[in-house]
Design a protein around this ligand. Sequence first.
Ligand code: DQA
Length: 148
Amino acid sequence: MKTVFVLNGPNLNLLGTREPQVYGSQTLDDVQVLCERACAANGFALEFRQTNHEGTLVDWLHEAGHLHAAGTLAGVILNAGAYTHTSVALHDAIKGTGITLIELHISNVHAREAFRHHSYISPVAKSVMAGFGVNGYALAIAGLAGMQ
Ligand code: DQA
């Protein structure tokens, strides 16, 4: 059974109370349950994590890279939060590991402030998903299943 890494960056631990008009009212725990169900339905194991620290995300991408090299990674779904718009380090980690990665945003970043329109992740992502709310996580897991 292959593993899906779902990695969440800064401030996503605040889901449920953070700008609910933008991100909805479901919590990160709710998102984890949703991902567990989607992974079970598609025959994947799930590794679900959140951190507020950029270097930790880099370390986790490297860890996913080891699974990729061993042939046991289905792919990574990354909501890098604000690091999407700032992080060359995440760009380099994705490129350097060769992992299959889906960039995910709960909101439609292109309909928001101009500083959210640029992504350092998109050029090294296999796919980009934005604006489906938290249901985007389940859609991304189904998308990974279609790529196997
Ligand atoms: C986000 C969009 C980012 O611009 C923002 O900084 C986030 C969340 C989203 O899921 O819509 O933290 O990635």
